[in-house]
Design a binder for this molecule. Structure first.
Ligand SMILES: [Zn+2]
Length: 327
């Protein structure tokens, strides 16, 4: 039994409409629903006056461009903030910059850690299988497969952890570096509402995909603890409804991952040495077509367990095809 995560449902995405969701925040949801974006990408517009910041302009679909232009009419976009360069978050940043002249702000270029290259995927090439696999759901029906990288994205302004990402009349947005889902993932903290824009670090409806080498389970745990320490009154994820009980929600994610990690470690200690066999043991009832995605998740746990000195692998590099043994 895994710890239940108190997901919140979003009743109506109001596609194409700008919705005032708090005194300082508006949201437009793109019509790109899928098993890995939930009802779609939520683009946030922050600010009350004429000057606003936009967080995660979203996917390159015409209806979303039209909706954003309508929502931003008569206003000045001061900054375009991007949580990370996945294909459902950053692609419209360049277009919105063209339209508005606003600078794009993000952690910096996507740096894929290539200390090792997995034998299973090339992190630079989105696997053509992913799209099909993304249509299904992994990990007890709640974990998605991978999103593809938007490697064309480069930010005009690179912000470090804690830096001011945008300052508008009555609105202060700070960057919080939260690696794990991707190495360059940022959350944004709206001081005036104690609100956390969590991107894909924390989602309202699902666990987050951690796929090595860019996805990193150790960093992900650290980043969860980092945002858990914030006095967040509300979390606004890119996908899903706002989370009002931030701390118990984050604690449930941590518990869920720790249970999975314990299962992976127990499997290796029982002599289950290969990732596909660990997947078969842990993902009971999950369709076989999702085993590859589940294998990525198991691998991310194994890499963390190896860093903790609890498991080791044969061969030079970690991967889904090498044998894993207790350390
Ligand atoms: Zn993502």
């Amino acid at each position: 039994m895994s710890t239940p995560i108190p997901y919140v449902t979003l009743d109506d995405p109001h596609y194409g409409e700008v919705v005032q969701v708090s005194p300082l925040i508006q949201r437009v949801i793109a019509k790109n629903p899928s098993k890995f974006t939930y009802l779609g990408t939520g683009t946030y517009i922050v600010g009350t006056g004429e000057r606003v910041a936009v967080i995660d302009p979203g996917p390159p679909i015409q209806s979303h461009r039209t909706a954003l232009l309508a929502a931003l009419e008569g206003r000045t976009v001061a900054a375009i903030l991007v949580t990370h360069c996945h294909s459902d978050h950053s692609p419209l940043a360049a277009w919105l910059k063209e339209e508005t002249g606003a600078p794009t702000v993000a952690f910096g270029p996507h740096k894929v850690n290539l200390d090792w290259v997995d034998d299973d995927t090339d992190p630079h090439e989105p696997d053509p299988e992913d799209e099909a696999a993304a249509a299904a759901v992994a990990e007890e029906g709640d974990e998605k497969v991978e999103e593809s990288l938007d490697l064309d994205f480069t930010a005009d302004v690179a912000v470090a952890d804690g830096a001011l990402a945008a300052e508008l009349p009555g609105c202060t947005l700070r960057a919080i570096h939260t690696p794990g889902h991707t190495s360059n993932h940022l959350c944004f903290w709206l001081e005036e509402e104690q609100a956390l824009f969590s991107g894909d670090h924390i989602m309202g409806w699902s666990t987050t995909v951690i796929t090595p080498p860019d996805g990193d389970m150790r960093s992900y745990f650290e980043s969860l603890h980092k945002v858990a320490a914030l006095p967040a009154a509300v979390i606004w994820p890119t996908h899903g409804a706002p989370v009002l009980e931030a701390r118990p929600f984050i604690d449930a994610f941590v518990a869920h991952r720790l249970e999975r990690e314990a299962g992976v470690l127990a499997a290796v200690r029982d002599g289950v040495a290969l990732v596909p066999d660990i997947v078969r043991r842990l993902y009971v009832g999950v369709p076989e077509k999702l085993y590859r995605a589940a294998g990525r998740s198991v691998l991310s746990h194994l890499i963390k367990l190896a860093q903790d000195g609890l498991v080791q692998h044969e061969g030079q590099r970690p991967g889904v095809k090498v044998r894993w043994l207790p350390a």
